[in-house]
Design a protein around this ligand. Structure first.
Ligand code: ZN
Length: 254
């Protein structure tokens, strides 16, 4: 149910942006990723250039996106691979609907506040200003202009707005679903990223500890060797001084 609702809504916006013949693109790309443009053209029964034109129009609005790869077989031309952006498409549709509601709303407002005149023979309609200019007679046939009954038109416009508001509700509902899904995916990514980082930190910490230990050992070795040297030196010194003492003893002993 939910999937069909999204497909139907996306078809509305795709048709509005790129024309009725583009709506098949939604069926081809929905729930897929990086679809080869030649496959899209084949399924749409259009030429590759016609297909690309439609896709470019949609990509200008962010409804589809592409990656391209060089085709080494066909002399290094690029092949485009297309993906449907469901969230962005729904947002675009929401924009369209809000704009339409605004337009119809201002028309409705005009109908409600301004008086319109018409000729019953020629079905020519004019606003208050023009009717005054024509002196309330038809510029075509001279018949007296009558105030137009706006009840039906107002009713029609109000129904139109109600329909759009219903559509808006379903778009917002689907946007909520897409947002939740994207949120879950994002959270999963964030968690994976954090895990990776903490692992990297752990590895860094361990290697740092190892390096420190090595350094400590090296220092200790140096210290020991210095000590040994020093003790050797002092032994030499002592020996020397002993020799000297003997010499002196010998000298004075005589
Ligand atoms: Zn007339």
């Amino acid at each position: 149910m939910q999937v069909n609702a999204q497909v139907n809504l996306l078809k509305i916006v795709v048709s509005a942006v790129a024309g009725q013949q583009a709506s098949g693109i939604v069926d081809i790309l929905y729930d897929k990723k990086n679809v080869n443009e030649f496959l899209i053209a084949k399924k749409l029964k259009l030429t590759i250039n016609q297909t690309r034109n439609l896709l470019y129009k949609l990509s200008d609005e962010g409804i589809v996106s592409f990656i391209r790869k060089k085709d080494k077989k066909k002399g290094g031309w690029y092949i485009y691979f297309w993906t449907l952006n469901i969230g962005k498409g729904l947002l675009k549709l929401k924009e369209h609907i809000l704009k339409n509601i605004g337009n119809i709303g201002s028309r409705l407002n005009l109908k409600k506040t301004e008086r319109f005149y018409h000729c019953e023979n020629c079905s020519i309609e004019s606003n208050e200003e023009n009717a005054l200019l024509y002196q309330y007679t038809c510029p075509e046939c001279g018949e007296v202009l009558h105030v137009k009954d706006k009840g039906k038109e107002i009713e029609h416009l109000e129904k139109e707005i109600a329909k759009l508001e219903d559509l808006l509700k379903s778009v917002e509902y689907e946007l909520g679903i897409v947002g939740k899904k994207e949120g879950v995916v994002k959270a999963r990514k964030v968690r994976a990223e954090a895990k990776k980082k903490s692992k990297e930190r752990e590895i860094k910490k361990k290697s740092k500890a190892r390096a420190l230990k090595k350094l400590e050992k090296l220092k200790l070795k140096k210290k020991k060797s210095r000590k040994i040297k020093r003790s050797r030196k002092s032994v030499k010194k002592i020996k020397k001084s002993k020799k000297f003492a003997k010499k002196i003893k010998r000298f004075f002993g005589r």
